[in-house]
Design a protein around this ligand. Structure first.
Ligand SMILES: O=C(O)CCC(=O)C(=O)O
Ligand SMILES: [Fe+2]
Length: 369
């Protein structure tokens, strides 16, 4: 990443430093009442989605921190198994999407990602592994694994609906509009990944996980405490922003934006919005690029839960978002902006088109392109 040559700088102190992602407490939405606090949570979500597309969600009143710690312990137990054991639940046994992907099997932007992982999707009635996405989940045979993870999935599904309600309030939706939005996620076609990251070698041609946007609705990422791995791209065209004082600006400043670290915070999950939110808000909220560069010496584990719309949900710009766009301040003498509407999609069809592109010509798997 080179600093743009036409821009000059004197000392590193000349660069504004970016504050880190906002922390939003979801607890007011865990019980009825609390109108004032709910309003501030909803407003905080709205501004975080406008500005970052990423935030920390404080869920300490919703889950016991021991629960996700136990999940990482189980994940480590699985990843430590010999390859032949792990391959017993390989993707190829099923629909190509559910199961274990070996280290470097996943490819992003044409480069192999330095991670391994297991993918699970919402179970379907009448599974048929010859149909894309329509197979069965494959669970490791480690005692307690399936039970603990299934309990986590239930929790994350509940959290998804709660956050949707708060976001609906943040967009100023009427109660009917809010119910309508929630009805599109009540049978979420969720995805859960369990990812294992060995350290990224210095000379590696690629990333731990290459830069991508998530394509669904809301991602809740629980990661072990390893710092310095997940990075989020903040578009700041025309601004030079320095994030790491120990690195010269020529190495961590880009003209169009900046990568900031999103280190884990105890009691929080990192939450980001996927492309479906871009459509719902007609581009008011943008899904944000992120990547993982894990260079420390430990083995990192992360567990993203992708809370997605129902398979048959029809996703189109929401009247509440269009109202906000219509109210955007006008410049004197300039006509009101004409907002081009995002094209509607049926979530399941959109997902299938993503999955159809999930293999490169060598048969390598790519979840993120
Ligand atoms: O491991 C992480 O921190 C992020 C993973 C991620 O972005 C994804 O799986 O979509
Ligand atoms: Fe992601």
């Amino acid at each position: 990443m080179a600093a743009p040559s036409r821009l000059s700088y004197a000392t590193t102190d000349d660069y504004p430093k970016l504050s880190s992602l906002p922390i939003i407490d979801i607890s007011p939405y865990l019980s009825p009442g609390n109108r004032g606090k709910r309003m501030s949570t909803a407003a905080a979500l709205h501004s975080a989605c406008l500005e970052y597309g990423f935030f920390y969600l404080d869920i300490s009143k919703f889950v016991d921190p021991k629960e996700p710690e136990e999940l990482t312990r189980l994940a480590r137990e699985f990843f430590a198994l010999p390859e032949e054991e792990k391959d017993k639940i390989a993707l190829r046994n099923e629909d190509g999407a559910r199961g274990y992907a070996r280290l470097k099997e996943n490819v992003t932007n044409g480069l192999a990602d330095n991670h391994e992982g297991i993918d699970f999707y919402r179970p379907v009635e009448s599974p048929d592994k010859t149909k894309p996405l329509w197979g069965s989940n494959q669970w490791p045979s480690i005692p307690g694994f399936r039970e603990r993870y299934e309990a986590w999935i239930e929790k994350m599904k509940q959290l998804g609906v709660i956050v949707m309600e708060a976001m609906a309030a943040g967009l100023g939706m009427t109660p009917e509009e809010c119910e309508d939005l929630k009805s599109q996620v009540t049978d979420s076609f969720w995805v859960m990944r369990i990812i294992g990251y060995p350290p990224l070698p210095n000379d590696y041609q690629g990333f731990s996980c290459g830069a991508h946007k998530d394509y669904g609705c809301l991602t809740f990422l629980y990661a072990d405490p390893t710092p310095g791995a997940l990075e989020v791209f903040l578009g700041r065209p025309g601004h030079l922003v320095q994030t790491a004082p120990d690195i010269p600006p020529s190495e961590n400043v880009e003209q169009s934006g900046v990568w900031i670290k999103a280190d884990p915070i105890p009691g929080c999950v990192v939450c980001n919005i996927g492309e479906m939110w871009e459509i719902w808000t007609n581009g008011l909220y943008k899904s944000t690029l992120h990547r993982v560069i894990h260079r420390s010496s430990n083995y990192r584990v992360s567990i993203p839960f992708f809370f997605e719309p129902n398979f048959d949900a029809y996703i189109q710009p929401l009247p509440a978002a269009l109202r906000i766009q219509d109210d955007e301040p006008q410049r004197p003498g300039k006509p009101a902006p004409e907002h081009k509407k995002y094209e509607p999609v049926v979530y399941g069809k959109f997902l299938l088109s993503k999955v159809a592109n999930n293999f490169d010509t060598n048969g390598a798997k790519s979840r993120y392109n």
